[in-house]
Design a protein around this ligand. Structure first.
Ligand code: DQA
Length: 149
């Protein structure tokens, strides 16, 4: 099983940016944790981060062409603005989980809209960086379910 883990703008600043919302773990420490979790579960994790919307669109398409089984995406602020990311996820029809480290539903009004959510089978918010591992579990469970039906 192969899963793309995509992170949007400013997530490379984890550990530095607003620790009250995003905690103290650095982006690199998060990626190390995701990769060792993937190894433990026997899956390939392809981890990418960009501050540019088009890169994220390209990687969603790449996930499809590389035969990925699913996508975990934290689009950062593009969650609240990007129809392009919604269209990209709809285009590839890969099972996708939306992750937010912070509890977005308890934050500003402008964070209450997620364009991407309509194309995701699950959204995880406010579980800190563990949300990424939960998203991997959700994709594995979905696949296991599909194999038994
Ligand atoms: C975020 C929440 C977004 O509103 C914000 O713009 C981010 C991070 C989160 O992980 O909680 O960059 O996606």
């Amino acid at each position: 099983m192969k899963i793309y883990i995509l992170n949007g703008p400013n997530l490379n600043m984890l550990g530095i940016r607003e620790p009250a919302h995003y905690g103290n773990e650095t982006y690199q420490a998060l990626i190390d944790r995701i990769e060792s979790y993937g190894k433990e579960k026997g899956i390939v994790t392809v981890c990418r981060q960009s501050n540019h919307e088009g890169d994220l669109v390209d990687w969603i398409q790449e996930a499809y062409f590389e035969g990925a089984d699913g996508i975990v995406i934290n689009p950062g602020a593009y969650t609240h603005t990007s129809v392009a990311l919604l269209d990209a996820v709809k285009s590839v029809s890969l099972p996708t989980v939306e992750v937010h480290i912070s509890k977005v539903e308890e934050r500003e009004d402008f964070r209450q809209i997620s364009y991407l959510r309509a194309a995701c089978f699950k959204t995880i918010t406010g579980h800190g960086t563990s949300g990424y591992l939960e998203a991997i579990d959700a994709l594995m469970a979905l696949r296991a379910e599909a194999q038994t039906t």
